[in-house]
Design a protein around this ligand. Structure first.
Ligand SMILES: Nc1ncnc2c1ncn2[C@@H]1O[C@H](COP(=O)(O)OP(=O)(O)OP(=O)(O)O)[C@@H](O)[C@H]1O
Ligand code: SF4
Ligand SMILES: [Mg+2]
Length: 364
């Protein structure tokens, strides 16, 4: 399906790079995603067409250097699908996902339960969904600690749960005896994160964890992720629509568009000086990147989503102000450029400048 113009990137740097997006592969990665793809189908009348909800994603998170890795992109860009594959909730169609050098698809059900689901924990958008409305929060946390054998017996559970709660700025006294509906949204999300911490995970995958919270509470949750990284050595994959918190919290960032990672690198560089036309578009769509305002989609995405997912060539060609003829029929490769990876012909040196010029006087 893809027409490849350059294979320079995929041949020489297949692993998505670690920090600073260098070509070197780390000795042991916490998470290694190589060319990960998830195929779904779009129904069109009686027919159905396949599309790649995540397409050829490659990311490495080092084990010796915890980080907050932000993933941003408009609705329907594949963020949750990527998260579900990392969490072992969805099998990939192609590519490899390794956690601590183990291929996740090959891990037995038994070991997924006894090992993987302790190591890699989810945090979801709706904190209340993590709890039964009929169960007291403290009892739920005690049981979780016991089920995962984090405590020797029932008596030890309160001490352990209190310790975990302190990592998210709460105490057992604050939540003892309460039911989920008696917590504020911010408190509930903190408790949901504490629940995720019970198993002492090395990786948290947080899918839109602040989008249901007031702007004033978002920063406190994001600050907590930073603290967990520093104090508990936990890496966090932070998925968000909110560019401001991604900019503030993310050590690195991946920008997704219709299943593609179109730009990835240190957040300061990618959002400070975006190279991909889509990232540039995102940045201008919020009044100020440092403001706490959420980035809102400006375009009617439902209309263009299916079209962009299944189009030949660059998926951004229909909206790109720098589009060239080459973009309509050919898939750009992800290339290293100015310390980040960018999937755009404008930065692919293997495509002749003369060729670009001849094809795109308007873009140059
Ligand atoms: N199980 C599924 N079957 C078919 N299509 C799916 C399935 N899950 C997701 N999709 C489609 O895959 C695409 C990516 O969806 P995904 O939920 O990963 O996007 P997202 O970036 O998380 O969006 P949002 O920001 O709205 O949460 C969408 O077009 C979605 O409709
Ligand atoms: S490859 Fe072409 S259409 Fe795609 S973002 Fe780059 S210039 Fe725009
Ligand atoms: Mg989602």
């Amino acid at each position: 399906m893809e027409v490849t113009v350059s294979t320079r990137d995929s041949q020489s740097e297949p692993h998505g790079g670690g920090r600073g997006e260098t070509a070197a592969r780390p000795p042991e990665a916490l998470l290694q995603i190589e060319n990960l793809t998830k195929v779904f189908h779009i129904r069109q009348g009686f027919a159905s067409q396949e599309f790649h909800a995540v397409d050829d994603a490659s990311i490495v998170i080092d084990s010796d250097q915890p980080e907050i890795f932000a993933v941003v992109g408009e609705s329907g860009s594949g963020k949750t699908t990527l998260a579900k594959m990392i969490l072992g909730m969805e099998h990939s169609s192609q590519g490899i996902l390794r956690y601590k050098n183990r291929v996740v698809n090959d891990i037995s059900r038994k070991e997924m339960k006894s090992w993987f689901y302790r190591e890699v924990q989810p945090v979801f958008q709706d904190p209340f969904a993590a709890f039964s409305p009929l169960k007291r929060i403290d009892s739920y946390l005690y049981e979780t600690a016991q089920n995962y054998k984090m405590v020797a017996d029932k008596k030890e559970a309160p001490r352990y749960v209190n310790e975990v709660l302190s990592a998210v700025g709460l105490t057992l006294a604050e939540i003892a005896g309460r039911y989920p509906n008696e917590l504020s949204g911010g408190q509930a999300q903190r408790v949901a994160i504490a629940r995720a911490l019970i198993t002492k995970p090395s990786l948290i995958v947080a899918d839109e964890p602040v989008s249901m919270l007031d702007a004033s509470l978002r920063m406190s949750i994001v600050n907590m992720f930073r603290k967990l990284k520093e104090d508990n050595n936990v890496s966090v994959i932070y998925i968000t629509h909110d560019l401001a918190t991604a900019y503030y919290a993310g050590d690195r960032i991946a920008v997704m568009l219709r299943g593609w990672i179109v730009e990835m690198g240190p957040t300061e560089q990618v959002l400070g000086n975006p190279l991909h036309p889509y990232t540039q578009n995102l940045k201008t769509s919020i009044p100020s990147i440092r403001s706490s305002e959420a980035w809102e989609d400006k375009i009617d995405l439902a209309v263009i989503e299916a079209d962009e997912y299944t189009r030949t060539g660059c998926k951004f060609a229909g909206r790109c102000p720098a589009v060239m003829d080459i973009c309509h029929d050919n898939v750009p490769q992800s290339v290293l450029h100015e310390g980040r990876r960018v999937k755009c012909f404008l930065y692919d040196e293997s495509v002749e400048a003369a060729q670009k010029k001849a094809l795109t006087p308007a873009a140059l």
